[in-house]
Structures are given as structure tokens and as C-alpha cells.
Write a protein that binds this ligand. Structure first.
Ligand code: URP
Ligand code: ZN
Ligand code: ZN
Ligand code: ZN
Length: 484
């Protein structure tokens, strides 16, 4: 069957033009005027864009004694209903567990996905087995990214020596390291101090993780990556200090990428001062929401190109799960939702306000990350030959965000009551209409794993430069005898 998206305006990361888009066999086969086909989707008054790619989600994540409530079923329904056609989750081996065994668990969970997906592999411990298995992960399992948590001491956190070893291994394999950048030692000490002083509410979560702690860790990760000769991707960049470290690194020629979340761009730390404990606990995530001035820095970074991607870190816990932390903020499961709201919130607060252009919107929600993850132009593009993962976005359609109408399985929404314009009219997943008129049309299992090859060009360039600039012994004609 051929499908035509008719009468729309194609918007990509670098072009805006009127054209129809023809789809066959799951791919885009023609772009141009007056195309004909069996199924016609009316895009009059709408923008035809690459479907969103969310590179940072945690579906059914085992974390802090529980599992995040949205799994690959409800999580990918939320994605499609919000115009996102691909998600990347994090495979988390337990300490001592084989990376390949952990991957089997994640493969199994993802069999219920409605949209395409991929995995990052987390390095949660270090040893010869991890070193060896990283090669198999890259070469045999289509995963080219390795995540490192610098926070969550005593759980997921790895130390500098382990990061340096892993980053060096990434350099050899042509893989990209990712970091959650917060100084976990300082956070743990501050948490204890706050608890000792009787500061046990959700606001103390934010007090224990100030922006400086994120800035320090971001800078440290950058230095470690530069020394290992590997690019770096910093997840959930939430503050000016972290952004500053990324800007500085990029100005000195390092390939460092930063990923603000839609939550940090639009919500601030006043959420933790709310008189209702549940309200504040539902917004506990790491890094925490910041003072508004940090939002200006993040928006500026997206416009200037020093920050490249807007993600969600979708990790949704119910109110009941959050209540595990009553009396001890350290036990509140960290994480918030956002998958369904990322595109409409960014359109409303970014494009509608003039902070970013439509083309920058496409770049930061889809195209940039497709390039960073090495899946461009299969994903992230409106080009002949690309997968027909498309969102037809109606800039006039609007709604008020409400938990009552969301796909996510949790009982609240951190954006509750926000009025947004710019909603998907259709979301297409490999050419199939996956979402239309409030209805999900894909089944669990329709989503497919997206294999991501390593980055031979970047690692070749970095290793060539590393070889040229390597420390060399100075050859001398003779060594003076001692004491003469
Ligand atoms: O609070 C958060 N961000 N929870 C999910 C795990 C992580 O740190 O990304
Ligand atoms: Zn596999
Ligand atoms: Zn994180
Ligand atoms: Zn995360």
C-alpha cells in the first residue's frame, strides 16, 4: 500500500517547504507536489516533521527498591500520542552481572513496545568481564553508547578510575560514553547532613544536589573523556554550570554534547516549596528542578547550538511509590514523566515564544540525536529512503495537559494544567498510522529494535590525533655522569 501525506509543509532541521510525502514499504519513496496513492492523510495547515526521538527513557526501570510504573507498553503509547516515534532505554546490569545477561532482560521487556526503540548499555561495575563484553555489546548487539552514573553512591555510581577505563574502552570500540553528571560523594554527604538536621522533606532533595555539584561532575567527565580520546554525551544538563563546562569544552575543540530535559526547561525549584508533600515528591528527580535563571541558560544553549538535544528522562513513579520516602527524602524514587508532553511543551514554550525556530525544534527533538546515535538518515529525516517515522504537527490544535487523559500509567502529570498548542494530528511509525484522533493504532510488539553501528570516523580521527600528540621519550646523545 502507498500512503500520501498531502498538502502539508515539510519542516526539517534545515528546510521548510510545501510538498507531499509518499510512503511505501515503511519508507519515504518520494517527496514533491501532487503525489497520488491509496491512503491519503490530510496535512493541510500542518507541519510534516521527522518523528521525535527520545534518547533518554527508563521504562520498567528497577530503581530504589521498585520499578518505574510506565513499561514498554504504556511508555511507548505515551511516546506515539505525543509525536515521538523512537525511544532509547538504558540497560542496567546489576553489580557483577554480565552485560549480555542484562541485555536479555531488556530485550524481553521491550517485546511490548509500540514504537521503535534502542538501548544504551550502563556500566554499573568494572572488571575484565565488562571490558570483554563491551566489545560484544557493540559488535553483536547494535549498541554504540555506554552510560555512566557519577551519582547514586552505593547503587549505580562508578568512580573516576572505572570511568577512565570504560571511556578508554569506548575509544577503542568506536562507542560513545554518556554520563549522569553529579558528584555522588558530595550528594551523599549533604543528604546525611540534611537528614541529621531534621530536613527530611522533598525540598531537601534539591538542597542536597546544588548546581555546582553538577557543574563539577560535568567538567570532570569532560576531562576524563578528553584524556581517553573519546567524545562525550552529558544527559539531563540542568544548569548553567554544566552548560558552561560543555560550552568551554566545545570551544576548545572537544566533541561534547549536552541534553536538557523538557522538565528543566519549563519547571523550576519552586515546585519543591509546595505545601502539599505529594506535589513536591512527585517532582523529585535528579538533577532537581533549578532556579529560573538556569532555564535561560538552557534555552540559550539550544538556540546557539551549544546544547543539542531535548529529552525527557521519562521515569514515572506513582504517588504511592513516591510515598515510600515519607520521613526520608532519600527514599523518594527519583524520576518524572514527560514522554507524551515533550513535543507540545517544547513547541509551546520554545517555538511559540520565539526562543527557537521550527527547524531548531526538529533538530533538537529528532535530527541531532539521530546523528549523535549514528542512525541518521534512517531516523530523524524527511528524505527519500528514510524510515517513514513522521509526525504531522498541527500548530493550531491545543489542549490542557491532564493526567485524566494521558497514556502514561501514573496518577498525575508534572505538567498538569499547562495549556499547550502544537499537537500531533498523525504520528506514523515506519509508514503505519500509529496515532490519530486520540487513538493509538499500533499493537504491543509492533516496535522494532534499532541497531546502531559504532562510529569509525570519529574514533579514527581521535586516535590519529592521539597518536600524533602522544608523550614521547626525548632521545639524548648521552647522560652526564652523576656528581660531575
Ligand atoms: O531522577 C532521575 N533522573 N531518575 C532516573 C534515573 C536517572 O538518573 O536518569
Ligand atoms: Zn541483543
Ligand atoms: Zn540520570
Ligand atoms: Zn535517566
Amino acid at each position: 500500500m502507498t500512503t500520501i501525506i498531502k498538502n502539508g509543509t515539510v519542516v526539517t532541521a534545515d528546510l521548510t517547504y510545501k510538498a507531499d510525502v509518499k510512503i511505501e514499504g515503511g519508507r519515504i519513496v518520494e517527496i514533491g507536489p501532487d503525489l497520488r496513492g491509496e491512503e491519503v492523510l490530510d496535512a493541510s495547515g500542518a507541519y510534516v516533521m521527522p518523528g521525535g526521538i527520545d534518547p533518554h527513557v527508563h521504562l520498567e526501570m528497577p530503581f530504589m527498591g521498585t520499578y518505574s510504573a510506565d513499561d514498554f507498553d504504556s511508555g511507548t503509547r505515551a511516546a506515539l500520542s505525543g509525536g515521538t516515534t523512537m525511544v532509547v532505554d538504558f540497560c542496567l546490569p546489576e553489580p557483577g552481572q554480565s552485560l549480555l545477561d542484562a541485555l536479555k532482560r531488556w530485550d524481553n521487556k521491550a517485546t511490548r513496545a509500540h514504537c521503535d526503540y534502542s538501548f544504551h548499555m550502563a556500566i554499573t561495575w568494572w572488571g575484565e568481564q565488562v571490558f570483554d563484553e563491551m566489545k560484544a555489546v557493540v559488535r553483536n548487539h547494535g549498541i554504540n553508547t555506554f552510560k555512566h552514573f557519577m551519582a547514586y553512591k552505593g547503587a549505580l555510581m562508578v568512580n573516576d578510575d572505572e570511568m577512565f577505563a570504560s571511556f578508554s574502552r569506548c575509544a577503542e570500540l568506536g562507542a560513545l560514553p554518556l554520563v549522569h553528571a553529579e558528584n555522588g560523594d558530595i550528594v551523599a554527604a549533604m543528604q546525611q547532613k540534611l537528614m541529621d538536621a531534621g530536613n527530611d522533606g522533598p525540598e531537601a532533595h534539591a538542597y542536597s544536589r546544588p548546581a555546582s555539584v553538577e557543574g563539577e561532575a560535568t567538567n570532570r567527565a569532560i576531562i576524563i573523556a578528553d584524556t581517553a580520546g573519546v567524545p562525550l554525551y552529558v544527559v539531563h544538563t540542568s544548569c548553567e554550570q554544566a552548560h558552561e563546562a560543555i560550552r568551554r569544552a566545545r570551544q576548545s575543540g572537544m566533541r561534547v554534547y549536552g541534553e536538557p530535559l523538557i522538565q528543566h526547561l519549563t519547571l523550576d525549584e519552586s515546585e519543591y516549596a509546595h505545601p502539599d508533600w505529594d506535589h513536591s515528591a512527585r517532582r523529585v528527580m535528579s538533577p532537581p528542578f533549578r532556579d529560573k535563571r538556569h532555564q535561560d541558560s538552557l534555552w540559550a544553549g539550544l538556540a546557539a547550538g551549544s546544547l543539542q538535544v531535548v529529552a525527557t528522562d521519562h521515569c514515572a513513579f506513582t504517588t504511592d511509590q513516591k510515598r515510600t520516602g515519607r520521613g526520608d527524602f532519600r527514599k523518594i524514587p527519583n524520576g518524572t514523566g514527560g514522554l507524551e508532553d515533550r513535543l507540545p511543551m517544547l513547541w509551546t514554550h520554545g517555538v511559540e515564544t520565539g526562543r527557537i525556530t521550527m527547524n531548531e525544534f526538529v533538530a533538537v527533538t529528532s535530527t541531532n540525536i539521530a546523528k549523535i546515535l549514528n542512525i541518521y538518515p534512517k531516523k530523524g529525516a524527511i528524505l527519500v529512503g528514510a524510515d517513514a517515522d513522521i509526525v504531522v504537527l498541527d500548530p493550531k490544535a491545543s489542549k490542557t495537559i491532564s493526567a485524566a487523559t494521558q497514556q502514561s500509567a501514573i496518577d498525575y502529570n508534572v505538567f498538569e494544567g499547562k495549556h499547550v498548542t502544537g499537537l500531533p494530528r498523525f504520528t506514523l511509525s515506519r509508514g503505519n498510522v500509529a496515532y490519530a484522533n486520540g487513538e493509538i493504532r499500533m499493537k504491543p510488539g509492533d516496535g522494532k529494535f534499532v541497531s546502531r553501528p559504532p562510529f569509525p570516523a570519529v574514533s579514527k580521527a581521535l586516535s590519529a590525533w592521539k597518536e600524533i600528540t602522544a608523550p614521547r621519550k626525548v632521545e639524548r646523545s648521552g647522560i652526564p655522569a652523576s656528581g660531575v
